[in-house]
Design a protein around this ligand. Structure first.
Ligand SMILES: [Zn+2]
Length: 103
């Protein structure tokens, strides 16, 4: 088990868990229903935490989390061209190979 993310907002942690599960990564959220008034624990210890079951998934999980959290930037995630199947970096609005627009 590896903790890959923690945040005060359970909605963000829950969303990330759904993204990881969608990629086949077994994960769980701890402290989802806690929060506030939990004795003398430091606040970050009672925040919702995202854990991955298999240690070998940690690196992939962290990269996916980075991608999700950086989606607000102008550079979106890479996409697959619907015209020719080429993988295109997120900053391009059209396929560099066949010119199809991003989906
Ligand atoms: Zn293309």
């Amino acid at each position: 088990m590896q903790r890959v993310y923690t945040d005060s907002d359970p909605l963000i942690v829950g969303h990330l868990a759904e993204v990881l599960r969608g990629r086949g990564i077994v994960c769980m959220v701890r402290n989802y229903y806690l929060g506030g008034g939990v004795g003398d624990l430091p606040p970050t210890e009672v925040w919702p935490q995202l854990w991955v079951e298999r240690d070998e998934d940690e690196a992939v999980a962290r990269r996916l989390i980075d991608e999700v959290l950086s989606n607000h930037d102008s550079d979106g995630p890479a996409w697959v061209c619907p015209g020719c199947g080429e993988r295109v970096e997120g900053q391009f609005a059209a396929c560099w190979r066949c010119g199809s627009p991003a989906p």
